[in-house]
Design a protein around this ligand. Structure first.
Ligand SMILES: Cc1cc2nc3c(=O)[nH]c(=O)nc-3n(C[C@H](O)[C@H](O)[C@H](O)COP(=O)(O)OP(=O)(O)OC[C@H]3O[C@@H](n4cnc5c(N)ncnc54)[C@H](O)[C@@H]3O)c2cc1C
Length: 351
């Protein structure tokens, strides 16, 4: 089949990789200037900024059973995908830790009982005592309540975005950078170059709309601002992602290679893409420091803000019609669920 994809973010890259791997002819259109993380076009894919937490259980706090099932399936799929990419992508699935300070025990109780009631027995949070926490994560000092979430993990999003595009290119995918898709119909994309008014209709056997926040007005999608920090912390050993139960934020602390620790993320109902605010800096970094005191000497080497594509119910949309598939609203679960969503979408398109 000849496939047209509108959007080269997380979903666009996964689709291009999977479809070109299966021998289809794939053309991808995106206003970005190239395959790297550049915000020049004003629409940097959310996929670049994400911390890459793969948390089917912890996300049940704000997700439904479908996101949970897609999340579990994606945790099975990611190792095989990463293995096929031909360049290193850091991926870890040895569980994550959920932590809370004694003063936040009320908020922790509420979240814990929600997770216990929504997760299947095998995935329920397992309470840990201080000795076990010290064995698993010797750098953690401070929170007195801790649980292990088995099977959770994290992926290095920047490496994965780059490796997916590179492998799809080797498989024959054509990328059309600086090209914006204005609208889609079954089997057709209306495409124009950045800064021009001339719109061209291109025909395909099937098209995918995976433009994230760029899918308006066809979809009622909005952007939810999130801010993250990259800290360089030599000597701070962290084996798995941590999530601090906090009354105001979903604070997570995610290890990456080369002594980098990603701290995120704020969640603000705004489409403001301006740099990280002082308030978020104080709140997120204080929270991280309260979990790993040794982060006091870490260096802030990068900070970034971006928009999560979300639909009014904050749940994902997968809509399939003859000649056109739309996927959107992956919100804060994109890395968690994208492989399974793509698997389901392609099973129908290619059947
Ligand atoms: C701060 C932050 C932290 C996050 N943390 C996590 C996490 O820990 N775990 C997790 O699972 N998820 C996380 N996410 C969410 C995840 O990144 C998103 O759900 C995911 O990237 C959505 O994928 P997507 O392909 O739909 O959209 P995107 O990755 O945003 O890609 C959309 C693409 O469409 C392109 N586009 C826009 N308009 C057009 C147009 N008109 N024509 C053609 N192309 C267009 C854009 O340039 C972009 O490349 C986080 C997100 C943010 C912002």
């Amino acid at each position: 089949m000849h496939i047209g994809i509108a959007g080269a973010g997380l979903l666009g890259r996964l689709l291009a990789w999977q479809l070109s791997r299966s021998g289809h002819t794939v053309d991808v259109f995106d206003p970005a200037q190239g395959p790297g993380p550049s915000a020049e076009s004003g629409s940097l894919a959310a996929g670049w900024t994400a911390a890459g937490m793969l948390s089917p259980v912890a996300e049940l706090e704000c997700a439904d059973a479908r996101v949970f099932a897609w999340g579990l399936r994606s945790c099975e799929l990611w190792p095989g995908i990463v293995q096929c990419l031909g360049e290193p992508v850091a991926l870890q699935l040895q569980g994550s830790l959920l932590l809370a300070h004694r003063s936040d025990a009320g908020a922790a109780d509420r979240v814990l009982s929600l997770l216990q009631s929504k997760a299947e027995a095998a995935y329920r949070p397992q309470a840990l005592d201080a000795v076990r926490v010290a064995e698993l994560e010797p750098s953690v000092h401070g929170p007195s309540l801790a649980w292990l979430l088995p099977g959770e993990g994290q992926i290095h999003c920047v490496q994965a975005m780059q490796a997916l595009a590179a492998q799809a290119t080797r498989q024959g995918t054509q990328w059309h950078w600086g090209r914006m898709v204005e609208s889609l119909q079954a089997g057709a994309l209306d495409v124009r170059g950045n800064g021009t008014h001339v719109c061209e209709r291109l025909h395909f056997d099937h098209v995918f709309d995976v433009r994230g926040t760029g899918a308006r007005p066809q979809l009622p999608v909005r952007g939810v601002r999130g801010e993250v920090f990259w800290l360089q912390a030599p000597g701070v050993r962290l084996n798995r992602a941590l999530r601090l139960l906090h009354p105001r934020h979903a604070v997570y602390i995610v290890p990456r290679p080369d002594d980098i620790i990603v701290v995120g993320a704020s969640e603000i109902e705004s489409e403001d893409r301006s740099p990280v605010s002082v308030r978020s800096t104080l709140e997120l970094l204080s929270a991280a420091h309260s979990v790993i005191p040794a982060l006091a000497e870490a260096r802030v080497v990068h900070s970034e803000s971006n928009l999560r594509p979300a639909l009014p119910d904050n749940l994902p949309l997968l809509s399939q019609e003859r000649g056109i598939t739309r996927i959107n609203g992956l919100y804060r679960h994109g890395w968690l669920i994208a492989p399974a969503v793509v698997e389901q979408a392609l099973a129908e398109v290619l059947s």
